[in-house]
Design a protein around this ligand. Structure first.
Ligand code: TRP
Ligand code: SF4
Length: 337
């Protein structure tokens, strides 16, 4: 007689899963974007944060030098800003093999047409060309689905660019649950409000444009970069009145939470040409450093202990593996393999 299938187990507390590809040091965009959400969610959920090195390989397969170090630098930033490795699980995707196995199994039931119609797939192939027209890259959202459901996570904090992946994840889950048995909860996105923080040059902030300030940037370099920021082009000389609404420096003051009275004072001073851009930027540098200094100190402490991050990742790997093994077992049982 076949064994009666066990009821699929549900986690006692809702789980959050998210990940980032190891791109090295994180910048101010992350500091004001994804990370505050990740930190906050730790209070209400069991959180699992993943160094998505397999996802990185989908575009970086021919440029793998330094990928491990990039992961370590990124994790150092996570912890320095308040991701707590005791409460949350921090681990490397490639070290829990069931991510790959589950992705393969989900691939069996995922129509290719769902993947080729994905907007980010089309965009990336248009941008990066044949180099990313691979089987692995096409399967990117399948692997991402496996990441999340391998922990029965129901909540996924992501930026807007990832919403289509999450929608696909829900469709794959629906299909799995209806073909086999309802093993997985449908994951829900928690949308990260991405602040409209532009790069230093006023273009979209991106490491590849070299227009970012790292979270762990040294103070001298932060000052230099801020002093080089683009301002309102109408203000060539001190006596030219400016338009703070057209000035990136002003919006940085805003995003770094200058008190309303100070914003108002800068606004009026700029329009009346009674304050200068140099002073305005010096104030901004001070404001940014007041936020970055304590983070950088925590990070330096972490990095000073050799092997500390690696040890934390090992602990995370063990805790992730325990959950993944159980859920993957249920998955195989549902399929009958
Ligand atoms: N694709 C995500 C990004 O580029 C990273 C990622 C990998 C992820 N696995 C995930 C995000 C699972 C959320 C859930 O930002
Ligand atoms: Fe921008 Fe400040 Fe200069 Fe005005 S004074 S243009 S807000 S940097």
């Amino acid at each position: 007689m076949p064994a009666t299938p066990k009821e699929p187990s549900l986690p006692s507390r809702e789980r959050v899963f998210s990940g980032m590809r190891p791109t090295g040091r994180l910048h101010l965009g992350h500091l004001l974007g994804a990370l505050p959400n990740w930190v906050r969610l730790q209070d209400d959920y069991d959180c699992i944060y993943c160094v998505a090195d397999l996802h990185a390989l989908t575009t970086r397969y021919d440029n793998v030098a330094g990928m491990k170090e990039d992961g370590i630098e990124m994790v150092a930033d996570w912890i320095a800003v308040g991701i707590d490795p005791e409460r949350s699980i921090i681990f490397r995707q490639s070290e829990v093999k069931a991510h790959s196995e589950l992705a393969l199994l989900l691939g069996m039931l995922t129509p290719v047409s769902w993947l080729t119609r994905s907007p980010s797939y089309k965009e990336m192939v248009a941008e990066l060309g044949e180099r990313v027209a691979t089987f692995g890259f096409l399967g990117y959202p399948v692997l991402q689905t496996a990441d999340v459901i391998l922990y029965k996570a129901s909540r996924v904090p992501v930026g807007e660019d990832q919403l289509s992946h999450l929608e696909l994840a829900r469709e794959i889950v629906r299909r799995f649950n209806s073909i086999y048995s309802p093993v997985f909860p449908a994951p829900q996105a928690i949308l990260t409000e991405t602040p409209r923080l532009l790069g230093l040059d006023g273009r979209k902030m991106s490491k590849s444009y070299g227009n970012t300030i790292d979270i762990a940037e040294d103070p001298e370099s932060v000052r230099k970069k801020v002093m080089s920021m683009f301002t309102d082009p109408a203000r060539q000389r001190l006596k030219d009145p400016g338009h703070p609404d057209k000035c990136n420096v002003f919006s940085y003051h805003h995003f770094f939470e200058a008190p309303a009275a100070e914003l108002d004072e800068i606004d009026r001073g700029c329009r009346a040409a009674t304050i200068g851009c140099t002073g305005c930027k010096q104030r901004l540098a001070g404001r940014i450093l007041a936020v970055l200094d304590p983070i950088r100190e925590r990070r330096e402490e972490l990095m000073a202990a050799p092997g500390r991050i690696e040890a934390l990742l090992e602990d995370g790997r063990r805790r992730a593996l325990a959950i993944a093994t159980e859920v993957f077992g249920e998955t195989c049982q549902a399929i009958g393999i």
